[in-house]
Write a protein that binds this ligand. Structure first.
Ligand code: GLA
Length: 390
């Protein structure tokens, strides 16, 4: 499948009349700043060139149709504007439907339905934001088809997050939708999630590449431990607020945290908070290092990020640790860590140009030997955010 075939499929299912439009929303990879976005900290993601393609047109009646070319023999899911409720049987279509529901709740009501078909090339559940990509894609489609021009790309990111939190049940932060909506070619986004201020940082790596390794171990943020981690951090914050004047864990530096951490009663919870605090500080330091062209320091901070996610935040898993440990053995690897929500998914590594083949070969072989799984590798191109294409 590709975008041309998706258009053909759309016309085959829904016909060729009416004004048919095409859209794209990328996936994202986070370079550093993990599990900080719901703790008022910083993140540093960038948009990918892989993502979700969408084709859509308005209908005259009140029906909405969703079709995914990723699912073999998938049926069209039909919903009417009278009932925008979540239905388990809709499966994947609850993501775009959640966005329609969120628009509706914010007074952006549709008076006519629409037909939509999508196809995506982000591996599902890989930690590269296939769901945020689909949410922001839907937001861009609705804004464009119905002329909701007062909504900014940041509004669309927030609506996507709102729908994921309140319709699809994952209490995620804003990083993914923000990166998908606001991505910029060859730049990462240094975002302060406490107030959504951000700055683009050019990623110029003449001697190195960003390489993603997919463990093919699928995570599920809804069923998994993600919401639990979020609750642990909220509880730790409450405890710290009895002694510190802070609004979020992101307000603390390491020294203040160390001096006050004993108010967090539970030892595991203390580790979760430690990660949130130190990861935020690492992210700030990493972006400063990048600005100074100190890639070595950036890589070292990525490695520390992994150790903290593994040991303190406990969101890694055996398979991911094999990928990272094997990566660290290779001389040309500048830094390597788990990326995304965790419990499987992908690692992100910065690898010297001349070592990329060796990296994929050696890490791939060792991974297969130890886990029986064939990892997949992608050399990253940093792309633009979500948009209409035709
Ligand atoms: C998932 C969530 C994000 C963020 C990351 C962890 O991708 O959707 O909001 O919390 O996990 O950094």
């Amino acid at each position: 499948m590709n975008e041309v075939q998706l258009r053909e499929k759309f016309e085959e299912i829904y016909g060729t009349d009416g004004e048919i439009r095409e859209y794209f929303a990328p996936g994202r990879v986070n370079l550093i700043g993990e599990h900080t976005d719901y703790n008022g900290g910083h993140v540093f993601p960038c948009a990918l060139t892989i993502g979700t393609y969408g084709v859509a047109k308005k209908r005259e009646d009140n029906k909405i149709h969703f079709y995914s070319a990723n699912l073999e023999n998938a049926a069209v899911v039909e919903v009417t504007l009278d009932d925008l409720s979540y239905q388990k049987s809709y499966g994947w279509a609850n993501y775009p439907l959640g966005v329609v529901w969120a628009f509706d709740g914010k007074g952006k009501k549709l008076t006519q339905g629409f037909d939509m078909a999508i196809w995506g090339n982000i591996p599902n559940g890989s930690g590269l934001s296939s769901s945020a990509s689909l949410e922001v894609l839907t937001g861009v489609i609705l804004r464009d088809l119905y002329g909701f021009d007062d909504l900014s790309m940041i509004d669309l990111a927030l609506i996507g997050q709102y729908s994921e939190n309140n319709f699809n049940g994952c209490n995620c932060g804003i990083m993914d939708q923000f990166a998908v909506a606001m991505g910029k070619k060859d730049h990462a986004i240094f975002l302060d999630t406490s107030d959504l201020s951000y700055e683009y940082a050019k990623i110029q790596l003449p001697d190195a590449k960003i390489v993603i390794a997919n463990s093919k171990v699928k995570h599920s943020l809804v069923d998994g431990k993600y919401n639990e981690r979020r609750e642990e951090c909220a509880k730790a914050l409450e405890e710290l607020q009895t002694v510190c004047d802070i609004e979020s864990l992101g307000d603390l530096d390491e020294a203040t945290f160390e001096a006050n951490k004993s108010v967090i009663k539970d030892a595991e919870r203390q580790k979760r908070a430690k990660h949130a605090v130190t990861e935020n500080q690492r992210t700030i330091k990493a972006v400063a290092a990048l600005k100074n062209n100190d890639l070595k320091q950036f890589g070292e901070l990525m490695n520390q990020s992994h150790i903290s996610l593994r040991d303190d935040y406990k969101v890694s898993c055996e398979e991911i640790d094999v990928l990272v440990d094997e990566a660290w053995k290779i001389d040309g690897v500048i830094g390597s860590r788990i990326t995304g929500g965790g419990f499987g998914g992908c690692t992100v590594s910065i690898v010297k140009n001349e070592s990329v083949d060796e990296f994929m070969d050696k890490v791939g072989k060792a991974y297969k030997e130890k886990t029986g799984i064939d990892a997949e590798f992608y050399v990253v191109d940093i792309g633009e955010g979500a948009r209409r294409t035709v």
